[in-house]
Design a protein around this ligand. Sequence first.
Ligand code: PBG
Length: 308
Amino acid sequence: MRETHLNAHNFVLPLFVSEKVHQRRPIASMSGVFQFPIKEVADEARAAQDLGLQAVLLFGIPEQKDEQASGAYAEDGIVQKALRAIKSKCPDLVTITDVCLCEYMSHGHCGVTRIDGDHFHVLNDDSVELLVKTALSHATAGADIVAPSDMMDGRVGAIRAALDAAGFDQTAIMSYAAKFASAFYGPFREAAESPPQFGDRRSYQMDFANANEALREVALDVDEGADIVMVKPALPYMDILWRVHERFGKPTAVYHVSGEYAMVKGAVEKGLLNERDAVLEIMTALKRAGANIIVTYWARELARWLRE
Ligand code: PBG
């Protein structure tokens, strides 16, 4: 009588690849998660595929940051190199890339900024230009799906047009369509070395009090050509996930984020929760609520547990 079944193909494994490490480095805030050097990332991707996973989501940590995020769209940028390495070792694994500028910007914001006295602005259109360059360079290096996570307006349409014009009409877009300004991204910012140096992300990420706005944001991305729409974070936003799935009927993704992971890990390490039971319950609930794709740091373990 069970209505909801998990499958290893539902899960996407995030991989952090860093130009600054020579061997895998554990991320202190996220036990069990690592930054990988370029020379290890293809083996890691291969291991994920061997476990039955179908897709990885790549985040890059560059050696140098600047005010134009030039590492994000450099031909020999960290993600571009990782893509080539992964595609040569496991050509059938689906590669998804995070398209954002925060890891490459010296100030850590997701776009180009202008400072006026005490205020700063993120310049939407200037940022979109750089995001388009980044998405194109990822597609050129072998990305199957680009995943813009910046929340600038108009970026999905601009990326779609540029990909099509360059002959990448088969490259899909998974947009972080309803991404909330959340306290639960804290541990990730250590993992990706991308905390904002001033201000916060509330001028471009969504107010967590708003649901109708989330649906409007998703509608815009769908109109602009998003193939997959994402809600993020996961558990505190299951109402949004359900409504997005019901209303748009698009392939719907959810990102179970670093803070959500760290909360459960912390409780497991204190002996308060059984990890496997808790994680299987969370993931089943997300799928029941409408997620077709779940990005989770437990993807490997889930693939293993589902085989047993
Ligand atoms: C932005 C990005 C973030 C996450 C994924 N992409 C951080 C942010 O918006 O501050 C968060 C993922 C997580 O917390 O696990 N490049």
